[in-house]
Design a protein around this ligand. Structure first.
Ligand SMILES: [Zn+2]
Length: 249
């Protein structure tokens, strides 16, 4: 399939749903598609990056310095080799998902309330992070990661949602492993957007295991072809083994 043309870009206030992402995913792979989608999101919602940054600063409750903001802008491009996963992080970063709050601004008859906790004015931060019904979900994910990494994992939306790691010296492999795990946790949330229940922790762990094994195979192929200066697969596999052990307990 050739490169998509600008005429096919999403227009107006077309709802951005998981189904939309799936449909876009079938259109092709690669950097060109992601770049095209990125431009489409920006054009669709007329997003000012200054406004977006101010919104995130308010949402995560702390300042974002220039280096962190620059990282966040690039994060979706590098968080995964899977195009669908990249798009999910793009939409999340640009706050483009249709939350009850956003839907109510478009269709005034829809409810503002969270489908899980029934809290009023459920915006993106609420439905992804601060909803009381998700507290156990995020706590359990943080605890699982802390056990696998043998490291304290603070529950921070800056880290969990934007990928702003609190560690300066963590190895590239460990950060990549955590990025994948957290991305899959967010993917689960986007799949059950309207569900009254939090996503299943067990299904998250199983998907992390499946995807991290696939990543292991991809790393090994790259190493065999001499595409990596530093081998990563051994360290990666030790983390996968930790996860597998954790699943058995
Ligand atoms: Zn809620």
């Amino acid at each position: 399939m050739g490169r998509p043309t600008a005429q096919k870009a999403p227009q107006g206030t077309e709802p951005v749903t998981h189904e939309t992402l799936q449909a876009l995913h079938t259109m092709g792979h690669g950097r060109h598609l992601v770049r095209w989608i990125y431009r489409g999101i920006r054009a669709q919602f007329h997003i000012s990056l200054d406004v977006l940054k101010a919104t995130w600063v308010t949402d995560i409750g702390r300042d974002i310095n220039d280096k962190e903001w620059s990282f966040s802008l690039q994060y979706a491009k590098q968080v995964s080799r899977n195009t669908r996963f990249k798009l999910i992080q793009f939409y999340l970063f640009h706050q483009a998902y249709l939350t009850p709050h956003r839907l109510n601004r478009i269709y005034h008859t829809t409810t503002l309330h969270c489908p899980r906790s029934h809290a009023a004015d459920a915006d993106l931060l609420h439905v992804l992070w601060s909803c009381p019904s998700l507290t156990q979900y995020w706590n359990a994910i943080g605890a699982t990661l802390a056990e696998i990494m043998d490291e304290s994992i603070g529950l921070s939306p800056a880290f969990f949602l934007l990928g702003l790691h609190p560690w300066k010296r963590a190895s590239k492999v460990r950060m990549r492993f955590m990025d994948l795990d957290l991305l899959l946790a967010k993917c689960q949330l986007t799949r059950c957007w309207k569900s009254p229940h939090a996503p299943s922790l067990l299904s998250w762990k199983e998907e992390v295991l499946r995807c991290s094994q696939a990543e292991s195979a991809a790393l090994r192929r790259e190493e065999c072809r001499g595409l990596r200066r530093k081998p990563m697969s051994l360290e990666w596999d030790s983390l996968v083994e930790e996860l597998r052990t954790h699943l058995k307990t």
